[in-house]
Design a protein around this ligand. Structure first.
Ligand code: DC
Length: 233
């Protein structure tokens, strides 16, 4: 039986990292964890409990006080996909809406939120055999991951992907608003004090702007096999 590893995939928003991560997990029979969904669930909680101020800032003290009562989990569906659960309620659809995307970066910049979610994520990886994507997986959550990938793509490519996704789901949004949101979130993710988005020194970088889903999936599979083979020698 092959040894199980941790695969950490980090990168900018809408870089296609979740698609890559999900494809790999299903090919190799690992559990896939979307760590961004966990930050989105906390942001949704803050929105639903009036913890977002009129100027878009977060009522930090109230959110920190409420953290112990925020339970986040994933429920596996019949088709193998996972739905994010917030205090036992399926919030998979709500957390993808632009109103959540618009407030999630400041929520994710709060140290106490990060500490709680990082601890949950580390617990999920205790028995290894997982593919987790996010911003700080290779740097903070699993600095000892056997395979680390850093995914990039131009802001325009990423905004176009997110825009198509939202339109497909029936949201009434403009491409300009989605692009502005992508650029703004990049800036917050990169410059926050707690675990800013950066490539781990030992992460392999890939720009997938011009790759098809199959090409990136193949590329990742090769990286995975290379690590597994090197561990078995
Ligand atoms: O990948 P995403 O767009 O669903 O992520 C949502 C937000 O959560 C994004 O603003 C960055 C933040 N995030 C984070 O800070 N750390 C992670 N490991 C994952 C996401």
């Amino acid at each position: 039986m092959a040894r199980k590893i941790i695969v950490a995939i980090d990168g900018y928003s809408s870089s296609g990292k979740s698609t890559m991560a999900r494809d790999l997990a299903s090919r190799v029979g690992y559990r896939y964890i979307d760590s961004g969904a966990m930050y989105r669930a906390v942001a949704l909680y803050a929105l639903e409990h009036e913890m977002i101020n009129a100027d878009g800032s977060v009522a930090e003290a109230s959110l920190i006080d409420a953290l112990d009562g925020i339970d986040i989990d994933f429920a596996v569906q019949a088709d193998g996909s996972q739905h994010t659960m917030l205090n036992g309620v399926d919030v998979e659809r709500e957390i993808r809406q632009l109103r959540v995307s618009s407030v999630v970066s400041p929520v994710a910049a709060i140290g106490a939120v990060r500490h709680r979610l990082v601890a949950l994520q580390q617990a999920m990886g205790r028995s290894r055999g997982i593919v987790m994507d996010g911003r700080d997986i290779g740097t903070t959550v699993f600095p000892d991951a056997e395979l680390k990938i850093f995914v990039d793509a131009s802001p325009q490519t990423r905004a176009q992907r997110r825009f198509s996704e939202l339109v497909e789901k029936g949201s009434q949004v403009s491409y300009a608003d989605v692009l502005a949101n992508v650029v703004h979130r990049d800036e917050i993710d990169r410059t926050r004090a707690e675990s800013p988005l950066r490539r781990a020194n030992d992460a392999i970088a890939i720009d997938n702007s011009h790759l098809t889903r199959e090409q990136q999936s193949e590329w990742l599979m090769e990286q995975f096999n290379r690590v597994i083979n090197s561990l078995e020698q």
